[in-house]
Ligand binder design. Structure first.
Ligand code: PMP
Length: 286
């Protein structure tokens, strides 16, 4: 690949991040593969990359990749559609498109299950839909996540919470956010400059299954300080609970009840212990 590749120079790529879970027999479960394939296609449309082959073919290629690799550990699949032409100007019209897919082992991502995640409200704001959309996974826009994450880690936190340009809570550097207030599970709507997260959608469904009321509304920064629980979710982090926001203890400072229920329901599905939402898993064996 040339150093002059448009996507490398201008961040004109879109990607997916999909998890696979190894099962006790020689099979794996891929989590919400169809939704991920659909989102890659939507992300591509956001910046005018055309993905060939079609949705079904792309799904088949991903399954074939997994079969050929025969993973022995939980893993992550990264499809990447990008402007592969070598054009010098930033314009994307007429620049060739490319598609590559790779996979790698992936265990725990944040590794903070017992102490909870320490987050800091970032001095960086989430990219705005009026500039580069946050709703899809656009490579160039991830510099925003990188800056926020690095700032937080350098200051001793695990992750950053980004506010949007209006000053409302958007999401963490690579995960969506929920808070629990008075028994309601609250999350910012997709119009608040957040990634349209697939784990977010799953958590909302699981909450409904458990009889927990879900509300999509604007969240103010200081609501996080008085929330009963703050929960992060995403493909890599799965479900994680936040123990402190800006050094303020969230709720009791312990793993919360709502988090525990959601996390159990989520893991029961991934491990095949639950009979619900079987359609979220694509079983692959070789
Ligand atoms: N927000 C951002 C910025 C992300 O990078 C991710 C990870 N894909 C998420 C949220 C969570 O999305 P998903 O559940 O679809 O992985």
């Amino acid at each position: 690949m040339s150093i002059a590749t448009h996507a490398l120079q201008y961040g004109s790529g879109v990607f997916g991040g999909i998890r696979g879970y190894v099962q006790p027999d020689t099979s794996v479960h891929i989590f919400r593969l169809n939704d991920h394939v659909q989102r890659i296609r939507r992300s591509a449309r956001l910046i005018g990359i055309s993905i060939d082959p079609d949705e079904e073919k792309l799904t088949k290629i991903i399954i074939e990749l997994v079969k050929r690799n025969q993973p022995a550990q939980n893993f992550y699949i990264r499809p990447f559609a990008y402007k592969s032409g070598l054009d010098l100007p930033p314009g994307m019209h007429g620049v060739a498109d490319g598609l590559a897919i790779y996979m790698a082992s992936l265990g725990k991502f944040l590794g903070t299950d017992e102490k909870g995640v320490l987050v800091k409200v970032s001095s960086w704001r989430r990219v705005s839909d009026t500039a580069v959309s946050a709703r899809g996974k656009i490579s160039g826009a991830y510099t925003n996540s990188s800056l926020a994450k690095d700032e937080a880690v350098e200051l001793g936190y695990d992750d950053a919470i980004l506010l949007n340009e209006s000053g409302s809570v958007a999401e963490a550097s690579t995960c969506n956010l929920f808070m629990v207030r008075d028994g309601q599970l609250v999350t910012p709507p997709v119009s608040e400059n957040i990634l349209e997260g697939i784990t977010r959608k799953s958590v909302m469904q699981l909450a409904k299954d458990l009889g927990i009321e879900v509300v999509e509304r604007t969240i103010n920064r200081t609501e996080l300080y008085i929330a009963d629980e703050v929960v992060l979710c995403g493909t890599a982090v799965e479900l994680s609970w936040v123990s402190k926001v800006d050094n303020q203890v969230v709720g009791s400072g312990q793993k919360g009840e709502v988090f525990s229920k959601l996390s159990k329901a989520f893991h029961d599905i991934l491990t095949g212990k639950s009979d619900t939402h079987k359609d979220w898993l694509t079983s692959v064996s070789w």
